[in-house]
Design a protein around this ligand. Sequence first.
Ligand code: G3P
Ligand code: CA
Length: 275
Amino acid sequence: MPGRVIPVSKRMPLIVAHRGSSQDLPEHTLNAYRRAIDEGADVLECDVRLTADSHLVCVHDRRINRTSNGTGLVSTLELATLEGLDFGSWKQANDGQVEMPVADRERDKLLTLHRLIEMVIGCGREVGLVIETKHPTRYAGQVERELAKVLNEFGLNRAYQPGLPYVRLMSFSQLAIARMRQLCPKVPLVYLMEDSVPLRFRDGSLPKGAKIAGLDKEIIRRWPKTVQKQHDRGHQVYVFPVDDQADIDRCLDLGVDAIISNRPAFVRHHVFGKE
Ligand code: G3P
Ligand code: CA
C-alpha cells in the first residue's frame, strides 16, 4: 500500500498501530508490525525493556508470562534465552485458533528494537515509530541511554529526515522524559497520561521538552477540553487505545493528531472510508 501524505491543514489524525496490528496478531511480533504496515498504519508503537545483557526488546509487561511460553522478568533474562521462546502461540490459544505451521512460528519470536527498526527502514514506504520506555525498572536511566545508542546507530537521533522513519519517544515517567530530552534533544517527546491529567498540567502545559500529550481515551471521554488546552499551547495530542467507532468519532470531533489503536485497519477504514 503506498504511503499517504496528510495535509496538516486537514487535521487528519495519524494512525498509529499499538504494538502492531495487535488485536489480530500477537503483540510486538514482526508479524503484527508487518500486518500494520500492510493495513496502512502511518506509525508503529512499541514498548521497550532492557534484558539482563542490555538488549532493548519489545515487550510490554515486566514479566514474559502473559505473552510467551516462558516465565520470569525480562530484566533478569538474557536475549538468547528470550529468543528461544515462543511469543505467538498464547494469542492463538486465547483466540481459539488452530496451531500455526512451524514456518509461521518463526515470525512469532521475540522482537528486538534493532530488528523492528531494520524492518521499518526496509519496508518500502515511510513509516514512523513511537517508542515507549517502560518504568519503573531496575535499570532506570540505562534504558534511555541504550535507546539513544540504538537511535544513533541508525542515524535516527536527530530531527526528522525525509526517507527515514519519523521517530518519537514517549513515557509515563517524567524522569524518563527529562532523560530523553538530554540524550535525544532533537527527537519529539510524548508525555503519556492515564487516569487523569496531573494538576500541574491541567492548564495544557507538559514536562519540559515534551511537545505531545499522550492521553488515555478515558481522559478525553471525561475531560474533552484537555485536547483544546493542549492545542492552545501548540502541543499535539495522541490518544490511546482507540478501538471502537464511538472513540474514533470522539477523536475526530476533538481534532486529535494521532489515534493509537490495536486495530489500525478498522480505524483507517472508519476515518478515510474505502480508498
Ligand atoms: O501508546 C501509549 C500506550 O501504549 C500506553 O499504554 O500500557 O499500552 O503501554 P500501554
Ligand atoms: Ca505502550
